[in-house]
Write a protein that binds this ligand. Structure first.
Ligand SMILES: [Zn+2]
Length: 423
């Protein structure tokens, strides 16, 4: 029933450096990442943009750390939107909220089988989203990284599935875009195939003889060339189909969720009086029309501070009841300091901001500084003195979250990797 494509893992292992694409671990934030130009997390859609939007509600496994998810979504949406620019299509994919929720099922196939169309309808309407993207931590037993069904996508967050164009591919399916001719099982359109040029396939490729980590970052399109080759033909023109789909409001019933009206803005401030050495208390105040319920997420984003070592990552949705104007959230500094606390008396910084408002916009962000607590500094300075450690590349993650990746790869070494589409 489902078209299934298979590749051995070797293609993934031979992939070039992931170029900042693999989900980062708390102690392994790649420098300068994401490398795409992003104004901020609210800035996926440029100010004044008036073209068609695909608003996306993300539901993610609570085991995924919020700041990892942040960067992942920023990068995936940035690549998807960059594709539209290259294809000369006025269209923006825009995450409107990300909600942690434990889903039934341990991998892409099981999760996709566990829900029915309509199950997430209420929540997507609450946030004005037409598309629902479920991001999971997979056990990879199904050997799948992504699947699209109706207006849902299910994708695995795991490192072996950290393809830069994974969500651009699945979102392309939501908009009816197809694979290469030979990898398409339902030929309902005769101009909707992926293509390749300059040695690489385009985003909708399912040709796993090619390195899926290094595709051309756009949709098939005879008007785009790479290496002197046209990146599409009259039958391989995903870009044309995408233009038709978004210009026809009746092309999909699911598109019919109106974006939310904006009724006010939110300002955040540090409450010095209520804050302590181990807790920063943040006041969240809204303005505008206060008569309606509304919500927004307060989030943290590391600059030089280290999540999980210096502070607990924050992604907290603040819900305002009608006529409620102020709430507080707190950022917990790590207490007691972990054994791997940074033994340095300097200040480190992080940002706090608000984003993904349900009817609310954001007015500001805060720069916060954190320090290793005094008593931790004293004890780690003592520990450091006696034993000069032998010159060895040390295990950066010290058994923490990062250690999982190698294990995962070996676990995965007999596995197959495939894409599936069902609708
Ligand atoms: Zn596909």
């Amino acid at each position: 029933m489902n078209k299934i494509l298979i590749i051995s893992l070797s293609a993934l292992l031979n992939a070039p450096a992931f170029a900042g694409m693999h989900p980062f671990f708390a102690k392994n934030i790649p420098e300068g990442w994401p490398s795409y130009e992003i104004k901020d997390y609210n800035g996926q859609v440029e100010d004044g943009y008036d073209g068609p939007l695909s608003n996306i509600l993300v539901i993610y496994d609570p085991s995924i750390k919020p700041e990892q998810l942040n960067r992942y979504l920023v990068q995936q949406t940035a690549i998807a939107n960059k594709a539209h620019d290259i294809n000369n299509i006025k269209y923006r994919r825009n995450v409107v909220a990300a909600i942690p929720m434990k889903l039934e099922g341990e991998n892409v196939a099981e999760v996709a089988d566990s829900f029915s169309i309509g199950d997430f309808d209420e929540i997507r309407r609450k946030y004005g989203a037409s598309v629902v993207s479920l991001v999971i931590n997979s056990n990879l037993a199904d050997s799948q990284c992504g699947v699209q069904t109706s207006y849902h996508t299910v994708t695995a967050f795991n490192e072996p599935c950290s393809l830069p164009t994974l969500l651009a591919h699945e979102w392309g399916h939501v908009d009816n875009l197809g694979h290469e001719y030979e990898h398409t099982w339902s030929h309902f359109k005769d101009d909707n195939y992926a293509w390749r040029c300059g040695g690489k396939p385009t985003i909708m490729s399912a040709d796993l003889n090619y390195n899926q980590f290094d595709l051309n970052e756009f949709y098939s399109d005879p008007n785009v060339t790479r290496g002197g080759e046209a990146c599409g033909t009259s039958t391989a023109n995903n870009a044309k189909v995408l233009k038709e789909i978004i210009s026809n409001p009746n092309s999909g019933y699911w598109i019919d969720v109106p974006p939310l009206p904006k009724i006010g803005n939110v300002t955040i401030a540090l409450d010095e009086n209520k804050s302590s050495e181990y807790e920063k208390v943040i006041t969240v105040t809204r303005d505008g029309d206060l008569s309606q319920a509304a919500s927004i997420e307060v989030y943290s984003d590391a600059v030089t501070a280290v999540p999980a070592t210096d502070y607990q990552e924050l992604a907290k949705r603040v819900e305002f009841a009608p006529n409620e104007t102020t709430k507080t959230v707190s950022l917990q500094l790590v207490n007691p300091a972990p054994t791997d606390a940074i033994c340095d008396d300097g200040e480190r910084t992080l940002k706090l901001g608000t984003r993904w408002g349900e009817k609310l916009g954001s007015s500001n962000q805060l720069d916060l500084t954190v320090k290793t607590p005094e008593d931790t500094l004293a004890s780690c300075a003592k520990d450091k003195e006696p034993e000069p450690t032998p010159e060895k590349p040390d295990n950066e993650n010290g058994g923490g979250g990062g250690g999982g990746s190698t294990g995962l790869l070996s676990l995965f070494s007999l596995a197959l990797f495939l894409f599936r589409r069902r609708n």
